[in-house]
Ligand binder design. Sequence first.
Ligand code: NAD
Length: 361
Amino acid sequence: MKICDIREVPGIDQDVLKYMNEKNHEKVIFCSDKATQLEAIIAIHNTNLGPALGGTRMWEYNNISEATKDVLRLSRGMTYKAAITNLNLGGGKAVIIGNSNNKTKEMMKAFGQFVESQNGKYITAEDVGMTTDDMKFIYEETNHVVGKPIELGGSGDPSVITAYGVLMGMKGSAYYKWGNENLKNKKILIQGVGNVGRNLIELLIKEEADIYINDVNEEKVQKISQKYNVSIIKKDIFSSEVDIYAPCALGGTLNEQTIPKLKCAIVAGAANNQLAKEYIHDDLLSKHNIIYAPDFLINAGGLINVYSELKGFSHDQVMRKAENIFDTTIEILKKSKKDSISTQKAALKIAKDKVFKKDSV
Ligand code: NAD
């Protein structure tokens, strides 16, 4: 088994290393294990507020530079997500390079040993391409893992709490926009009815909202529409006449093409990295007079859920922490107006001030 600084790996793009230096990552290591064919990168962005927590993503990256770029960006995002949510955590993330269908128990155990080698500075969890079962194998080698199965003292499916946090973000935005958090009869479009989207539908039904759904998976759409009173939107979803658009599928749906079409007053959803270009499309949304509830704030319910494993929080404590997203959303929207900056920049500024304890945007 071998560990080395990412800078020592041959063939990494200079641009990627430049990004790493600019964003001040504390430590980025390349881990390889010939016996199990594991190749992974662990990135620790910042540990000022606590150990770096962030999931492990297994993905078939085209090359080491692409994998490094992803882990650098994701780990940085975790630092600010934890900070804005007031959790005593830093930001980290790991990627395993490869097709998740080729995963083996031995490979997961080898990865667990690499996590263990960081002595708790990095805590891992589940992300794209990983399952709760994988966490079980990693846990055989290290205690520094959360998102374990419930039978091992884990916190279970995070998407329930994520959806609740998104609801709080929607309500905070609604309160700011319309002077009332009530979502009754508000037209809400949920793009992506997977784990989070489905839970969000259940919550919005209780709110008596007018729900519209869209998903590329036709089977899911049919199942959901048979179970709940929702309307299906198939085409031109971005031009839909709705009050709130909730991206709950993939990132990057807010861009030059889509933003000018939007007719909603608020964007509030669970997907990570909704803004295709963080510092351009945030301003474009403001220009179109659309309120954007920053994704890294309102989708933090999942992080709160796994954090509860470290702190031994009860379900009620987790729900209360997620409820705070309502107040934080309003705080950010007010700051955005007061400082004449986008909501994304306002949220990042608050998070960065917490991490670096100074004015630092
Ligand atoms: P999921 O895979 O269960 O659901 C995603 C859904 O989006 C699927 O039904 C898929 O068919 C659909 N989809 C994919 N591309 C689409 C497209 N172009 N248009 C419409 N639908 C499309 O994922 P999830 O766990 O529900 O997570 C949803 C989003 O929220 C992801 O971006 C994820 O990173 C983010 N997120 C999830 C959690 C969590 O707790 N699960 C926490 C934080 C952030």
